[in-house]
Ligand binder design. Structure first.
Ligand code: GDP
Ligand code: CA
Length: 324
């Protein structure tokens, strides 16, 4: 069985970590990772979601934080600050730094982000084929209101890490997406899949940005594989992160059903066949069925690995594709 998943960082990575133990030796997972959170800092190319996937599935993640390396130290960050270098709000760990240095060095030497990601994955052996959504530069910018009432667009990382998503969102712009091409292998991974999964990743700045790359949404609409997603929203709130604020800013209903209807039923030109909601959102199941999305209510909290595996099992069951 060939499974292709779209993923951001923590929600996608933890779900995929639960999926892998359910699969057999003949099964293959391709992961299309969001690169619109990427940022250039101190001359380095940083790809937070690809790194979260690589570290989580490869056993190097800091479990408490959910991002960055385990047993991290922060000497380089402190030294940069001592020189007065900016920005000082971005979490740049010493171990993590090595990943960014290698990536940047390889990109400067002319390798594509796809090639670089594959090279980094030879160390981490994540058990999936990790594909960046695009080799082209794409960056999410969030349009926020300034104190004087004017609008300004800031990099997503500044909105989230520096401002803690505490300023009202007026719009989200995925800069470069319209001109970007899917990375090699991305469209084929969708067209040739036996199952397409949308893990509980952020619908705006993880899944939404991947879908903004021309060709990717169309490939999901037309793949012969069933497409099943898992809600990142439980009881009207994101389990973690800033999805609620972004959904509100874009006037998308911030509920499990609201996100599913935002993606839309494939039978009505959208991208979903099935959708898992948390048990407390069971009333959404009937509402989604009326709109052509086969939904089911199951526990959706990834409190530990068995819980994530149970969610993945439920997604496989809902899709009708259960590995041998
Ligand atoms: P990021 O790039 O690190 O923000 O990671 P993702 O986009 O992959 O995942 C973020 C989303 O995961 C958030 O919207 C959360 O609501 C969701 N999430 C995190 N933990 C859980 C969980 O245990 N269950 C569910 N259903 N969603 C979760
Ligand atoms: Ca992210």
């Amino acid at each position: 069985m060939r499974i292709t998943a779209l993923s951001g960082g923590i929600g996608g990575a933890r779900f995929l970590r639960g999926l892998l133990p359910l699969l057999g030796p003949g099964d293959q997972v391709s992961v299309i990772g969001n690169t619109a959170d990427d940022i250039e800092l101190f001359g380095l190319t940083i790809c937070p979601d690809l790194d979260t996937l690589m570290y989580t599935l490869g056993g190097g993640i800091d479990e408490q934080r959910g991002w960055g390396r385990a047993e991290e130290t922060w000497h380089a960050k402190a030294e940069l600050a001592a020189y007065g270098a900016h920005p000082q709000w971005f979490g740049l760990g010493d171990r993590d730094l090595a990943t960014h240095v290698i990536r940047t060095q390889m990109l400067r030497a002319g390798f594509s982000l796809s090639d670089v990601t594959a090279a980094l994955c030879t160390r981490w052996d994540p058990g999936v084929r990790l594909l960046p959504m695009s080799d082209d530069r794409v960056e999410t910018h969030v349009v926020v209101a300034s104190d004087d009432g004017s609008r300004r667009a800031i990099h997503f990382q500044e909105y989230w890490v520096r401002l803690h998503a505490e300023v009202p969102v007026l719009d989200v712009v995925v800069v470069g997406a319209a001109e970007a091409a899917p990375a090699p292998g991305v469209l084929a991974a969708l067209a040739d899949a036996d199952l397409v999964l949308l893990p509980p990743s952020n619908p705006v700045v993880s899944i939404g940005t991947i879908l903004a790359v021309p060709g990717i949404a169309a490939a999901i609409r037309t793949t012969p594989a069933p497409v099943v997603g898992i809600s990142p929203i439980i009881a009207g709130a994101a389990v973690s992160g800033m999805a609620d604020q972004l959904l509100a800013g874009l006037d998308i209903e911030g509920t499990a059903a609201g996100v599913a209807l935002h993606y839309g039923a494939r039978s009505a030109g959208g991208i979903l066949d099935g959708w898992l909601v948390h048990t407390s959102d069971a009333p959404d199941v009937e509402r989604l069925a009326q709109q052509g999305i086969r939904a089911q209510a199951v526990p959706l909290l990834m409190s530990d690995l068995p819980a994530a595996s149970a969610m993945a099992q439920a997604a496989l069951r809902l899709s009708g594709r259960v590995p041998a």
